[in-house]
Design a protein around this ligand. Structure first.
Ligand code: ATP
Ligand code: MG
Length: 138
């Protein structure tokens, strides 16, 4: 039923559960999985050499999050990884369009400390604008 699954991963507990579910679905459906992680944009007013430093700090942190996700996913039929700069929901929606994914899997919440919210702002945006089914894992 599903051929192209997108997993949005920020390292949070909810995203970890989403990763396990996405991997199970990918194995069951023999689907390919695209792992998406975004990091915060680096303000360009920083100037050199701080700009390069800030960029490499962000990309190193992103690599660690990706490694964590890969460890959770285990063996899946096919895995692609997209590490992008920018607001998460926009990036997730763009990758979903370009790759024509047929399922987006993400956590209901993410890393933010705000208590009491059922849905984070990124899952809300994706749910609102995605053109394919969205599975929100809690
Ligand atoms: P908010 O960020 O709105 O203050 P939150 O952090 O609790 O609240 P979201 O950011 O919406 O909630 O996180 C929900 C899900 O969105 C996460 O479990 C993850 O699947 C995905 N997500 C959030 N941030 C990223 C990111 N930087 N890269 C990839 N996926 C992300
Ligand atoms: Mg968040």
């Amino acid at each position: 039923m599903f051929k192209n699954i997108l997993l949005a991963f920020d390292g949070s507990v909810h995203a970890q559960k989403a990763a396990q579910m996405a991997a199970d679905l990918a194995r069951q459906h023999r689907a390919s999985l695209c792992l998406v992680h975004t990091y915060d944009p680096v303000p360009d007013y920083l100037g050199e050499p701080f700009l390069q430093e800030a960029i490499s700090r962000r990309t190193q942190a992103a690599d660690q999050v990706v490694a964590q996700a890969r460890a959770l996913l285990g063996e899946v039929p096919e895995l692609e990884t997209e590490v992008l700069e920018g607001p998460p929901a926009e990036a997730i929606l763009r990758v979903a369009e370009v790759r024509q994914v047929d399922l987006i899997v993400m956590g209901t919440r993410g890393l933010s400390q705000l208590q009491g919210l059922l849905l984070g702002s990124q899952s809300q945006k994706v749910l609102m604008h995605a053109r394919c089914p969205v599975l929100l894992v809690r």
